[in-house]
Design a protein around this ligand. Sequence first.
Ligand SMILES: Cc1cc2nc3c(=O)[nH]c(=O)nc-3n(C[C@H](O)[C@H](O)[C@H](O)COP(=O)(O)OP(=O)(O)OC[C@H]3O[C@@H](n4cnc5c(N)ncnc54)[C@H](O)[C@@H]3O)c2cc1C
Length: 390
Amino acid sequence: MYDVVISGAGPAGSRCAETLARAGFKVALLEKDSNWRKPCGGAVSSSIFKYYPQLKKLDLLPITGIKMYSGDYHSIEYSWKGIKHYSINVDRLEFDNFIRNLAIDAGAELFDKTLSNDFIRKEGKFVGIIARTESGIKEFHGRLLIIADGMSSKLAVKSGLREKWKPEELGLAKCALMEGKNNLPKDSIQVFFRSYKGYGWIFPLSEERFNIGCGTFAEDNFKYNLHVIFEEFIKSPHIKKYFPAKNYKTLWSGSYPLPGMGVKEKSLFSDNIMIIGDAAGFVSPISGEGIHPSIVSGQISAETAIMALENDEINKQMLKKYKTHVKIKKIIANFKIKRSMVDFFYQNGGKNLSKMFQIAEVDDDFREKVINMFLFNQAPSKEFLLKIQE
Ligand SMILES: Cc1cc2nc3c(=O)[nH]c(=O)nc-3n(C[C@H](O)[C@H](O)[C@H](O)COP(=O)(O)OP(=O)(O)OC[C@H]3O[C@@H](n4cnc5c(N)ncnc54)[C@H](O)[C@@H]3O)c2cc1C
């Protein structure tokens, strides 16, 4: 019998497990496969250091800038060097195991090669998780269950808290870790919005290693073939200019969906259960940033769980504090702003997005507003939107 059983040891589950274990609770952390590299760009904002100061000790490139392109290659550059802490790009296999190990060091019990399959229910309540392990089916009983097993979570659907994602609610992306001599700026990331709903990226990982990828979202998932647009993207002259060598080694590649509509607010909790991370939609619409929001959801769900367990009130009323926490409310509100902008930006083959970048190229005040909107979650004003439509 555990205090908490967590399904999924990605960023959300590992953070949650670590916080609970540090507070002295008995935690079972179930993970399908800790050798799995989650397909991901791996770009993480500087706010990660608040949760994981240990990352500063790793030899990761300090990222202090971004260059964003519209579908027709108008561009905006921004540097936060000296203004705020640098951000980082991570290899997800290394990163996930790094933060998973911190959870284990704190006392959480990791069950690797353990695939959660269903709930154990008693008198209508969730009391445990049934999982397939290498030695057969195993039951994990807990006072509280936390679902952190990512966007394809079966348990999130089986809990009845949310339905299966509709294909148009998702983003689809393909990425690769590649290696070879390149001209990429090593202190900044490059984001290429497309004329369809989607974007591409190049994130440097070391002198010669980089993460490159692209994807689509919403209805454009049906119109474009991921593998075709990936090949087109990496072969386009705007990308090729960074890669003068003849051959580049693909160290790994993968594709995966991501939730594209923001947090499923009604799915976050019920009696004895909380859903966190991608499984609940903690991914920013437009940018696809989900590592930091998932970690925040892991942290806040753990803090809520500690209160519930200490008071022995593991019910809806108590667990609601997870959803109403100021940090979760802020994430939900930010995602709503981003989501409301998607259709406007991508109207008429990305024309509004292109116009926005064109104005920003010559108008510093406007450029600052664009930066604030994309990077600092500021809602665009009416005048701003009207200027784009002029
Ligand atoms: C192609 C792509 C690019 C992205 N790029 C970025 C980026 O650059 N920056 C960023 O911030 N975000 C990015 N994201 C989003 C980011 O990957 C996720 O938001 C983040 O990984 C969510 O963390 P999580 O812990 O909720 O879920 P996950 O990272 O998906 O972790 C879930 C864990 O649960 C395990 N699991 C799954 N099913 C089971 C089961 N049945 N039983 C037990 N364990 C299970 C998995 O093995 C995994 O370890 C990207 C996503 C994609 C798909």
